[in-house]
Design a protein around this ligand. Structure first.
Ligand code: ADP
Ligand code: DP6
Length: 323
């Protein structure tokens, strides 16, 4: 029996991953960029030949076989191949600091924590780049949670995914940004990202979005490097809009934003000292400087959003225990 416990952070994309060129390997259509959050998932993994089938518990809830096989199971299959032990099985127990399925990317943190803990438990000696590729196979956005700070996921070109991995652009201490997350809804989304993303190829505006991402990514990275606040906020808002525009342009019809999300977009744009970004859900992530947090909270309150969660720029995963 080999056991380890690790924790890994969630991340918020500021250049969004939406659309794949390979669904099994989670190879994206475009590069993406994220800020690592300090919202953590803790995972214990036990590997043994005496376990009958892979099992996953999240906050005490046992996942059904289908859920296990399309996320954690993909990571475990890869590990079994790597170590040449086809009968090895895993028991995984995971705890989230934040509500599962509230659009806070619990699967991303979960896959990163699983990969990190498995690397420790089995002594695989993978470096971060290898771990980011493996987390990606579990869930695309998970590859960015292997690093702290500001993280770039290179889409890569190869069919086998060997050049589709992440790297840290800047460490957490680079910029004192805060993510003020408005908790509008903690309900499970009707169409999960994985399903919604499949529809993007039906969107006539997809090509324009891919060009937009390619043309603006260097500028966005430059705005982070030089800490040019106004440009940075403008670009992250445009990138959020760009993803939600192709989502609305997909067929069958799909949208994740609601009336409150749209009011937040107007208010934050007018405020000028923050930028908004939305994942596949209505909850706003307002990125701003530490000194503006109080004002942003007031603005959100004015729109009826009383409950917020704050996150600073977070560190990458860490090992908690290895047996
Ligand atoms: P998302 O994070 O993409 O919004 P969910 O929270 O609904 O999506 O998670 C999608 C799937 O990811 C779950 O059905 C489960 O199989 C897997 N998953 C999520 N969190 C974890 C975790 N902490 N450990 C293992 N698997 C997880
Ligand atoms: C809107 O990483 O959850 O959060 O690779 O199918 O598991 P799979 O999808 P997932 O999609 C994340 C979509 C997003 C944008 C992002 O995080 O870049």
């Amino acid at each position: 029996m080999r056991r380890a416990v690790a924790e890994a952070p969630s991340n918020i994309a500021i250049v969004k991953y939406w659309g794949k060129r390979d669904e099994l390997l989670n190879l994206p259509l475009n590069d993406s960029l994220s800020i690592t959050l300090d919202l953590m998932v803790k995972t214990e993994v036990v590997f043994s030949h005496d376990i009958y089938r892979d099992e996953v518990y999240i906050n005490g809830r046992r996942l059904d076989e289908g859920e296990v096989s399309s996320y954690a199971g993909r990571v475990l299959n890869f590990i079994r191949k790597k170590v040449g032990q086809e009968s090895l099985r895993a028991s995984i127990k995971s705890w989230t600091e934040f509500p599962e399925s509230a659009g806070l990317a619990s699967s991303a943190a979960g896959m990163a924590a699983l990969v990190w803990a498995s690397n420790d438990a089995l002594g695989l000696s993978m470096d971060r780049r290898e771990m980011s590729k493996l987390a990606r196979i579990g869930s695309g956005s998970g590859c960015r949670s292997i690093y702290g700070g500001f993280v770039l996921w290179r889409r890569g070109q190869r069919g086998d995914g060997e050049d589709s991995y992440c790297e840290q652009l800047f460490p957490p201490s680079h910029w004192d940004l805060v993510d003020v997350i408005g908790m509008i809804s903690e309900a499970k989304k009707k169409v999960p990202s994985r399903e919604g993303m499949k529809r993007v190829k039906s969107a006539p505006t997809l090509r324009a979005r891919l060009e937009f991402v390619e043309n603006t990514l260097p500028q966005l990275i430059g705005s982070i490097e030089k800490k040019i606040e106004g440009l940075f906020y403008e670009l992250i808002m445009k990138h959020s809009n760009s993803m939600h525009a192709v989502i609305m342009d997909s067929w069958p019809p799909l949208h994740y934003l609601n009336d409150i999300s749209f009011s937040v977009m107007e208010t934050i744009y007018e405020y000028g000292k923050a930028g908004y970004t939305f994942d596949a859900g209505p909850n706003p992530h307002i990125i701003t400087r530490e000194g503006n947090v109080g004002e942003v909270e007031e603005l959100l309150k004015g729109l009826g959003i009383e409950k917020v969660r704050l996150s600073r720029v977070g560190e990458g995963p860490r090992t908690i225990e290895v047996d």
